[in-house]
Design a protein around this ligand. Structure first.
Ligand SMILES: [Fe+2]
Length: 302
């Protein structure tokens, strides 16, 4: 019933760096700032899709999933409640901040806040990328994908697949990596989870451009500006995305790529891959030196 990753929000003491990093490196467009200085960024005609709020430390604030209608929102809320998840109504201030018609939120079993909304505000014909580029693959495929760190992958599967209805695309098992990839629209995955015992958090956000040149130009810009590249250019085994990974000024990684496959549920068969990459994606010294994700410890049995 979830249709797409509609928006995502972080907080960071370095939020103001996104005024230049967002448009000039990533190609996102600045939207109106929040009253508290929040930097809001656009990837298409949606009002905004990525928000970086002021904060004392890097944190994931919320992951925003879209549903089609108010009725779908009520039905999914009921389903969560039936499975013992407490669902909260979004406040008028939160709903205005997210630029949606209605919103509820809940914490997943690992303490990560998810929001469900309908009626995202769109402004057709108004998106202009922050630098010369061909734009992003969004629309019905949503903003991109998010990868969570979870302490128990089976418990995560029970919740995200069993309760929320995400559909398994495939798995990558390359010890110590144990990851599952889920779709909710044609994008190969809108959500992935990777297991790390005792920990939960956010690892990376993927943005998909319309051309390989957009990715190569971003790579050059990162090198020129000293933005830490954590994985070199490479191509994934499962979604066939050609991408590189950078460490963003808000403490989470960004996969910046192009050419991901789409999933058709009628003839899709989930595979298991023993490797993440066909070629490239080599870890740099930044990969070793910088935090792998925004993480918090999770008590056993939570
Ligand atoms: Fe990714």
């Amino acid at each position: 019933m979830i249709q797409a990753l509609n928006y995502i929000g972080f907080s960071s003491p370095r939020y103001e760096e996104w005024l230049t990093f967002g448009p000039e490196v990533l190609g996102l467009q600045l939207a109106d700032r929040g009253e508290d200085g929040t930097v809001r960024l656009r990837a298409d005609d949606a009002a905004h899709r990525l928000s970086i709020h002021p904060g004392d430390e890097h944190a994931l604030e919320y992951i925003g999933w879209g549903v089609h209608t108010e009725e779908d929102l009520a039905a999914l809320t009921q389903r969560l409640t039936d499975h013992g998840t407490k669902v909260h109504e979004g406040t008028p201030e939160e709903i205005a901040d997210r630029a949606v018609a209605g919103m509820v939120w809940f914490d997943d079993p690992f303490g990560i806040r998810h929001e469900l909304s309908w009626g995202q505000v769109r402004l057709p014909g108004t998106f202009h990328p922050g630098r010369a580029m061909s734009g992003f693959i969004t629309g019905e495929q949503g903003l991109g994908h998010g990868v969570l760190v979870v302490p128990d992958i089976e418990q995560a599967d029970d919740f995200f697949s069993g309760v929320l209805g995400f559909r398994l695309s495939d798995r990558i098992i390359d010890p110590p990596l144990n990851a599952r990839f889920y779709h909710c629209n044609g994008r190969h995955h809108s959500l992935a989870v990777a297991e790390m015992p005792g920990m939960a958090g956010f690892q990376h956000l993927m943005l998909e451009t319309r051309s390989l040149d957009d990715v190569g130009i971003a790579y050059d810009l990162c090198e020129e500006r000293g933005v830490p590249i954590v994985l070199t250019m490479g191509r994934h085994t499962n979604d066939l995305t050609t991408s590189f990974y950078l460490y963003s000024p808000a403490g989470f990684h960004i996969e910046y790529g192009t050419g991901g496959v789409t999933v058709d549920d009628d003839n899709w068969e989930p595979a298991t891959y023993p490797k993440t990459k066909i070629w490239g994606h080599r870890g740099t010294r930044h990969r070793d030196e910088l935090p792998f994700a925004i993480l918090h410890p999770v008590n056993e049995g939570l």
